[in-house]
Design a protein around this ligand. Structure first.
Ligand SMILES: *[C@@H]1O[C@H](CO)[C@@H](O)[C@H](O)[C@H]1NC(C)=O
Ligand SMILES: *[C@@H]1O[C@H](CO)[C@@H](O)[C@H](O)[C@H]1NC(C)=O
Ligand SMILES: *[C@@H]1O[C@H](CO)[C@@H](O)[C@H](O)[C@H]1NC(C)=O
Ligand SMILES: *[C@@H]1O[C@H](CO)[C@@H](O)[C@H](O)[C@H]1NC(C)=O
Length: 421
C-alpha cells in the first residue's frame, strides 16, 4: 500500500514534470514571439523612414528624416501645426551698472558639440533632421528596468518633491536652486560638463534646467534640458545632452528627447541625446555649455538654443496646458540623482563632478551666469533664489555671486560615503 502510494505519487509527479515541460516549451516561444512582434511594431512607430543613414564609429545610427515627417507630428494636437523655422525674437541683455565694469576674459573651453561621431561619416541633406535610431536592444533594456527597477521608473525623471517625506522615499535626490515668483518667459545658464559615475543601470545622474508651468499638482507642466548619464536609456555611461517634457506631472505624457511626439526639431546637425565631449577635468580645463529656453512672444512656442548659436527646436504650445498661454511659474537649476538604494544602501552614483561644492572652482560642478528672462524678454539676474537639498550628506549646493560668473552655484557630491549610507 505504502509502496504503491509512493509509486502513484511518483507517476503523478513525473506526469506533472512532463506536462510542465510541454507547456513551458509551447508557451514560452509564443510569449517570445508576441513580444518580438510588439517590439518590431514599436520600432516601426518610433523610427521614421530615413532618407539617409549615417553609422558612426561608436555604432550609433543616425537617420536623416524629413523635417515635416518628424515624430512631433504624430501628436494629435500637432496635426495642423506649421513649423516655425526661426524665433520671432531673441531675449536681450539688460545692462546694469555692474555690467559696465570690465569683465575678466573667458578662457574656458566649449564642448566640441558641433562635431559628433556621426558627422565624421557624413551630413544630413537639406530639409531633414538627424535622429538617433532606436534599436531592439534599447527597448529590451528599458523594459527590464521598468519591470525590475521599481524605484527608478525610467519615465519619471523628476517627481513631486516632499522634503519631509521620508516614509515615501522616491529614490530621487536633489541639490537645486529655484525661483518661484513667475511669470517668467524663460532662462539661460552655463552648465559645467562632467561625467558622473552611475552605479546601477537603472539609475541616472542629471544636471538640468526645469521650466515649470502651474502648480505642483497632477496638472504640472514642465520642460527640461541639460546633461545626464543614463545607462538604461542609451546603453552607455557617457554624458549626453537631453530634453524632456510633460503636461501631467510625468504620469501619462512626456518623454526624453524625441522618444514620443512633442518637441519639434529644426537643427540639421544636432539632435537631443547627442554626446557631450570633451568633459571637464578635475583641477584642470573646464568645459561648459550654455542653454537658453524661452517662450516666443508671438507664437507661444518654447525655444531651445545652445551655446548662443545652435537653435535645436521648440516645444510647441499646443502640447501644453499651463505653459501654453502663460509664462513659467517656477524655474529650477541643478542636480538630481535617481538612487535605487541597492542592498538598502545609498549607491555611489555621483552628482556633478562627484565632489562637494565646498571644493569650489575647477573641482565641484557649477551653473554660472544664471539669468531669468522676464516677461519683457529681458535677461536679468534671478532674485529671491531658494535652494533645496534633499540630503546634504550625499549631495550639496553652495550659491554665490561674482563679476565673472554673476549668479552661480556649485553643486554635487559623491553619493554613498560615511555620512551618506
Ligand atoms: C485640423 O484642421 C482640421 C480642418 O480644418 C480640423 O477639423 C481639425 O480639428 C484640426 N485639428 C487640430 C488638432 O487643430
Ligand atoms: C512606472 O511607470 C509606469 C508607466 O508610467 C507606471 O504604470 C508604474 O506604476 C510606474 N512604477 C513605479 C514603481 O513608479
Ligand atoms: C521592488 O519590488 C520588490 C517586489 O515588489 C520589493 O521586494 C523590493 O523591496 C522593491 N525594491 C525597492 C528598492 O523598492
Ligand atoms: C506616503 O504615501 C501614502 C500613499 O500615497 C500616503 O497616504 C502617505 O500620506 C504618504 N506619507 C507621507 C509622510 O507623506
Amino acid at each position: 500500500m505504502h509502496v504503491r502510494s509512493l509509486t502513484m505519487k511518483s507517476v503523478v509527479r513525473c506526469l506533472l514534470v512532463v506536462l510542465t515541460v510541454m507547456v513551458t516549451n509551447i508557451v514560452e516561444p509564443i510569449a517570445g514571439k508576441v513580444k518580438n512582434q510588439q517590439i518590431e511594431l514599436r520600432l516601426k512607430q518610433l523610427n521614421k523612414q530615413a532618407l539617409k543613414s549615417l553609422e558612426s564609429s561608436n555604432g550609433e545610427i543616425i537617420d536623416c528624416i524629413s523635417i515635416a515627417n518628424q515624430p512631433a507630428f504624430d501628436h494629435p494636437m500637432l496635426k495642423n501645426h506649421t513649423i516655425q523655422m526661426t524665433p520671432s525674437s531673441y531675449p536681450h541683455e539688460v545692462l546694469t551698472e555692474e555690467d559696465n565694469a570690465p569683465t575678466p576674459s573667458n578662457d574656458e573651453e566649449q564642448p566640441e558639440n558641433t562635431v559628433q561621431p556621426w558627422q565624421l561619416v557624413g551630413e544630413c541633406p537639406e530639409n531633414t533632421i538627424p535622429i538617433k535610431r532606436i534599436t531592439k536592444e534599447d527597448l529590451l533594456r528599458e523594459d527590464n528596468i521598468k519591470n525590475h527597477g521599481n524605484k527608478s521608473n525610467i519615465s519619471q525623471p523628476h517627481q513631486f518633491y516632499h522634503p519631509k517625506d521620508t516614509t515615501n522615499y522616491s529614490g530621487h535626490e536633489y541639490a537645486i536652486t529655484s525661483v518661484s515668483d513667475g511669470p517668467y518667459r524663460g532662462t539661460k545658464a552655463q552648465i559645467n560638463v562632467w561625467k558622473p559615475r552611475v552605479q546601477e543601470v537603472g539609475e541616472s545622474s542629471i544636471s538640468q534646467i526645469s521650466i515649470i508651468g502651474g502648480k505642483f499638482d497632477a496638472g504640472l507642466n514642465s520642460i527640461q534640458a541639460g546633461s545626464h548619464v543614463h545607462p538604461a536609456l542609451y546603453g552607455d555611461d557617457n554624458p549626453r545632452f537631453f530634453i524632456y517634457w510633460t503636461r501631467d506631472n510625468y504620469q501619462n505624457t512626456g518623454c526624453y528627447n524625441l522618444r514620443c511626439p512633442g518637441f519639434v526639431q529644426i537643427n540639421k546637425k544636432l539632435t537631443p541625446g547627442y554626446l557631450l565631449t570633451p568633459i571637464s577635468t578635475y583641477n584642470g580645463p573646464q568645459v561648459k555649455f550654455t542653454i537658453q529656453m524661452w517662450k516666443d512672444p508671438k507664437t507661444g512656442n518654447w525655444w531651445l538654443q545652445l551655446n548662443d548659436q545652435e537653435l535645436i527646436g521648440y516645444w510647441p504650445k499646443e502640447i501644453f496646458t499651463n505653459l501654453a498661454d502663460e509664462g513659467a511659474s517656477v524655474i529650477e537649476w541643478g542636480g538630481e540623482v535617481v538612487n535605487k538604494k541597492k542592498d538598502g544602501q545609498h549607491t555611489t552614483t555621483e552628482m556633478g563632478s562627484g565632489h562637494f561644492p565646498s571644493e569650489g572652482f575647477g573641482k565641484a560642478s557649477s551653473f554660472e551666469v544664471i539669468k531669468i528672462i522676464d516677461m519683457n524678454n529681458g535677461l536679468i539676474d534671478p532674485v529671491k533664489v531658494k535652494t533645496l537639498v534633499s540630503r546634504p550628506a550625499c549631495y550639496d549646493i553652495k550659491t554665490g555671486y561674482d563679476k565673472k560668473y554673476e549668479v552661480f552655484f556649485y553643486y554635487g557630491g559623491p553619493g554613498r560615503n560615511p555620512n551618506c549610507s
